[in-house]
Design a protein around this ligand. Structure first.
Ligand code: CTP
Length: 371
């Protein structure tokens, strides 16, 4: 059942042969037990970072202070972290101190949810000290130990809780939910980028409705997120997280969450397209394409649930809608004696003509159309 990629097996075996304990841990164990193929594998070991570095040829000291060394095998980076406990979370995000320990159980006890607090290797099989396997079977999210303590240590866990509930379709154990809502004001300590990354995953989940609790309790008010999203509508757009986000959160709030440049461009395009009336003619669609791009206009049609037939036809037939599509350019206008501002004005007027009558996009015809 536990299929572990060769490269990961190699790391675990090498550590084991040298007298250390080593396991796959966290999300990969959870995903395997759920019958999914894990996206990535984290390894946890009793070896200290320096011992890990001395054993493998190619390593990168990614987070030595916190016990993490990246081992690169066949160009694949794998995070190998020393068993550790954590303490002092003054910023509600990261531990002030970590202490390396020799017992895997201690390491597992510092983790967020029971379903993420399991480890495995072929020799010892599954290490599950907190009932993670049962919680997976019963589809329940529960913190390891006291929920309030877990959320105060790292407020990001509150968003992770709702993300897992949404994407896995799990329910949240009562005390865990109560504490998550009680401490939701601590979310202000989480970086906007991390919040954005979690929300992006949460909005496409099967059970996104769970998110209402966090909004109702005011946990996201500091970001001006107060409205309960239209879940029915969002469900139709699961293949496009950006549309789901745009449907869930006001675009001004989205902007505060520090999206990447391309994500910001996407939201800006949607804002601009929203200002136009719904298109009634192909010419109206071309005006949308002129202020946006084919990609964003198509996504906007999807978001509005409009028929894309005419839009696709315009694109397939390469019908002109931009000044750069005109069969005439500024240089030609200069040679005809036009200057300065009037060149732009003429080109825009000609663009309007070909938007309505694409057959007129021929230099000779356009020259005759110049007033
Ligand atoms: N973890 C934690 N608290 C956090 C983040 C992570 O206790 N705020 C622990 C959990 O045991 C988690 C593991 O670190 O399983 C690895 O974290 P990460 O790779 O961020 O998440 P995954 O659980 O693997 O899930 P995903 O990749 O879907 O985010």
């Amino acid at each position: 059942m536990f299929e572990i990629p060769q490269k990961i097996e190699y790391i675990i075996e090498k550590l084991t042969q040298n007298g250390y304990k080593a396991y796959i841990v966290g999300g990969s164990v959870r995903d395997i037990l759920l019958g999914k193929v894990p996206q990535d594998f984290d390894v946890t070991t009793s070896a200290t970072p320096n011992e890990v570095i001395s054993l493998f040829e190619h390593t990168v000291p990614t987070g030595i202070k916190h016990g993490t060394v990246t081992v690169v095998t066949d160009n694949t980076p794998v995070e190998v972290t020393t068993f550790r406990t954590e303490n002092g979370y003054a910023d509600f995000r990261r531990p002030d101190n970590v202490e390396f320990v020799s017992d895997i159980k201690e390491d597992l006890s510092r983790r967020d949810f029971t379903i993420n607090a399991m480890a495995y290797n072929h020799q010892d099989s599954l290490i599950d000290c907190f009932g993670g396997k049962d919680d997976l079977k019963n589809k329940v999210l529960r913190t390891v130990g006291d929920p309030g303590t877990r959320f105060k240590e790292d407020a990001l866990r509150i968003l992770r809780l709702f993300r897992f509930a949404s994407t896995l379709g799990f329910t949240i154990e009562e005390n865990t939910l109560t504490a998550a809502l009680e401490y939701s004001h601590l979310l202000e300590n989480v970086s906007r980028e991390r919040i954005f990354a979690e929300l992006k995953k949460t909005v496409t989940g099967e059970n996104f409705e769970v998110f209402s609790d966090l909004i109702i309790c005011g946990g996201l008010e500091f970001l001006n997120i107060k409205k309960i999203p239209n879940f029915e509508k969002i469900k139709k757009h699961k293949n496009n997280p950006l549309i789901c986000l745009y449907l869930s959160i006001d675009s001004k709030c989205l902007d505060q969450l520090k999206p990447s440049n391309s994500e910001r461009e996407f939201f800006n395009a949607f804002d601009k397209l929203s200002l136009l009336n719904a298109p009634k003619t192909k010419a109206d669609i071309k005006e949308m394409l002129n202020i946006s791009s084919p990609e964003y206009t198509l996504a906007f049609f999807e978001y509005k649930e409009w028929d894309t037939k005419d839009l696709k036809q315009i694109l397939q037939n390469h019908e002109p809608y931009k000044i750069s599509h005109l069969d005439i350019d500024g240089k030609t206008l200069i040679s005809l004696g036009f200057k300065g501002k009037e060149i732009g004005e003429i080109l825009e007027r000609l663009r309007k003509i070909v938007v309505n009558e694409p057959q007129k996009n021929k230099k000779e015809i356009l020259i005759n159309e110049i007033p």
